[in-house]
Design a protein. Structure first.
Ligand code: PMV
Length: 342
């Protein structure tokens, strides 16, 4: 233990918040499983109203890390959380174990990117607790090692996670491409199930890479999709972004559907909601859908259309709940009392 840390005395504690992100150009497939390096770059939007708040407290008396997730002792995610904190502990030269208390204000593990916000919040809270002062890029690399998409939740607005070339992954990092305020879109999430998904993304990606006949085409076409989405965002061209985003979503699902056995993440309500969004668009409503490795549909629209989109999705049979959000900012450190106050 360094004299500096001893001088701070007691527990080393911080709280951070991060929001989930939704990929418009999808990440699917790992080229290095241990380091969580992707086979493709990806591009996302960070949300505003959904969040994870995580307190990390390194304490000299603890003999093991502990994780309380939504008020319950959690063992499934503990190994990954410990791996994340181990990377921070190694940098700080600290071996104290930690108590992690994490809360999501939305369903966990159900295709709403809780691992993205969760590991981004954990990386930032751990960094702040240890006083490491990592850069945003370093935090993104660290979060990526725990959950790939978490690399993007370090930043707000429109974010691109680079494929990178290096074997150690240090250049496979997210960077912001446009602030949320520069083009404030709305997202309407149609929740069609709150059950935890049966096949996690790592298992799904590995099965896809091993068995889907479309894996090569997926990798070969991604750069062009990224360039198209980037250009649409810079030009604030909604129709162009809608076309390329729905294409990327459907391509990722087609790739996964063609694995053996096929990965079918949608339920009936998801498909009905997809038709609903397409009908709205045909009527001139500026909206498109995207869906991750779960049954929730995320409708992205211009803010002026959000109320109509939410009403239409709420009326879809099988849609249990609808959550409206704008685009949010960077992950941030909170004052400790803020967590307690909620
Ligand atoms: O990083 P993970 O394990 O949460 O995988 C995310 C995969 C998708 O959500 C389906 C796509 C993406 O880019 O977020």
């Amino acid at each position: 233990m360094t004299a500096m840390l001893e001088a701070r005395g007691g527990a080393l504690r911080a709280v951070a918040q991060a929001q989930p992100n939704i990929a418009l150009i999808k990440y699917w497939g790992k080229r290095d499983i241990a380091l969580n390096l992707p086979v493709v770059g990806s591009l996302s939007i960070t949300l505003d109203a959904l969040w994870t708040r995580t307190e990390v407290s390194f304490e000299p008396e603890l003999t093991v890390d502990r994780l309380l997730l939504n008020g319950r002792e959690e063992t499934k995610q503990l190994r990954r959380a410990t791996a994340c904190l181990d990377l921070l502990r190694a940098r700080a030269g600290v071996d104290w174990r930690a108590q992690i208390v994490s809360t999501n204000n939305f369903p966990t593990g159900a295709g709403l990117a809780s691992s993205a916000s969760g590991f981004a919040a954990l990386a930032l809270a751990g960094d702040a607790a240890l006083g490491l002062g990592l850069t945003r890029a370093e935090l993104s690399v660290l979060a990526r090692r725990c959950s790939g998409s978490a690399a993007r939740s370090i930043f707000g607005g429109y974010v691109e996670w680079a494929l990178g070339q290096r074997a150690d992954g240090e250049d496979s990092v997210a960077r912001p491409i446009l602030d949320a305020e520069a083009w404030p879109l709305s997202v309407v999430v149609a929740i069609t199930s709150t059950a935890e998904k049966e096949i996690g993304s790592t298992e799904g990606m590995n099965r896809t890479a091993e068995t889907s006949p479309f894996q090569r085409a997926w990798i070969d076409t991604q750069e062009a999709d990224l360039a198209e989405a980037r250009a649409a965002i810079i030009a604030r061209d909604f129709e162009r972004l809608a076309a390329i985003s729905e294409h990327s979503c459907l391509k990722m699902h087609a790739l996964a559907l063609a694995a053996r056995p096929g990965l079918l993440y949608w339920n009936g309500a998801t498909v009905t909601a997809m038709h609903c969004v397409r009908q709205l668009r045909a009527q001139g409503v500026p909206v498109f859908f995207t869906i991750d490795a779960g049954p929730q549909l995320k409708a992205v629209c211009l803010p002026s259309a959000a109320a109509a989109v939410a009403a239409a999705l709420r009326a879809v049979p099988g849609v249990l709940n609808v959550v409206e959000t704008g685009l949010g900012g960077d992950a941030c450190v909170l004052d400790v009392p803020e967590l307690v106050a909620e």
